[in-house]
Ligand binder design. Structure first.
Ligand SMILES: [Mg+2]
Length: 332
């Protein structure tokens, strides 16, 4: 679509024009012309369902471009499916638009969804769109599946399992600081890389789908390493031990930390990385190596879990061990 379309269509017109094309690849969506969709899981597979909602002014800025907002909504949900070892299959939407919404806004939102549908190979199954008297609130239900009994739970870790993390930590938190003008980064390349990590998360879908049967427990890092690892340890009733020097950092983050070690809390507790955090036993090593090689995303061992109070202890860069406070970012 070209230019900014400021028309305002009715609900049915909006759905037919912008959302029905997104449902074309989902046979059971019936072109969004029936009251409900039909989804037939393959035999021997369990359905895995997750839902996240985002609100203007809380999870994104009212000035953010709507295609990026749509992609973020999609990706935070896909990240949850990935953490559970599930293959994404489809999704449902509920979109509450502010009164000032235009056809151009909706078109841009649908464009963002279309891009991610292609990247992640899923289609729209159904949903609803309404006008809101308040700010925009968007909700997405993602549907995935996994071999029967193979969903990776938070609670499955066994004492002695290693703790792993995908990708790099803290980039999104540093990117947010940079975008808000709270962090000076001299390298334009580093600045752009960090901000991009905040604006458009990369859910680790291909690694995630390979974790079913390999990871003993898992979670995605949305609220920060400290907070999400604490959740995993609490659910598994084990103590986590990690080593600060083992935490994987991007070149940009490394550079920023070298200048100001006071930014370490952003790495440990900053949210929005959407990396996967999981535990696995030694027998999973070949599979993890294959997943890292196949995806081009590193998988790093950062510690292990043991019997003990469900907390996280970290050996810091000076070799001192202390409890890692769970104070991750929460939206409430
Ligand atoms: Mg999660």
């Amino acid at each position: 679509m070209t230019g900014r379309d400021t028309r305002k269509s009715g609900e049915f017109e909006l759905i037919a024009r912008y959302f029905a094309p997104l449902a074309a690849r989902s046979a059971g969506a019936f072109g969004l012309e029936d009251d409900a969709a039909l989804y037939q899981p393959e035999p021997g597979r369990d359905l895995v369902l997750t839902k996240d909602a985002i609100a203007a002014g809380v999870h994104f800025l009212p000035s953010d471009p709507y295609d990026l907002v749509a992609q973020k909504l999609m990706r935070v949900n896909l990240s949850d499916l990935a953490a559970k070892g599930a293959v994404p299959r489809g999704y449902l939407l509920a979109l509450a638009w502010p009164e000032a919404v235009t056809d151009g806004d909706v078109a841009l939102f649908a464009e963002g969804l279309a891009k991610d549908q292609d990247i992640f190979g899923i289609g729209l199954l159904g949903g609803d769109t309404v006008k809101s008297l308040g700010p925009a609130v968007f909700s997405l239900t993602a549907i995935g599946d996994v071999a029967r009994g193979g969903m990776v739970r938070r609670s499955g870790a066994r004492a002695g399992d290693a703790i792993f993390v995908t990708g790099t930590l803290g980039d999104a938190a540093l990117g947010l600081k940079a975008a808000q003008g709270e962090l000076e980064i001299s390298s334009l390349l580093h600045r752009r890389a960090l901000i991009q990590r905040y604006r458009l998360p990369q859910p680790r879908v291909s690694i995630g789908t390979g974790l079913s049967g390999a990871a003993s427990a898992g979670i995605d890092i949305s609220d920060g390493l400290a907070s999400d690892l604490t959740h995993l340890c609490e659910a598994s009733n084990l103590r986590g031990r990690i080593v600060q020097s083992a935490l994987p950092l991007s070149e940009a983050a490394r550079h920023v930390l070298k200048k100001d070690a006071g930014l370490w809390p952003s790495i440990l507790s900053g949210g929005d990385d959407y990396e996967l955090l999981f535990t696995a036993g030694d027998e999973a090593a070949p599979r993890l190596e294959m997943l890292a090689r196949g995806s081009g995303v590193p998988i790093t061992r950062i510690g292990y879990v043991e019997e003990g109070a469900p907390e996280v202890l970290m050996e810091d860069l000076q070799g001192k061990t202390a409890a890692l406070e769970a104070g991750g970012y929460t939206h409430f």
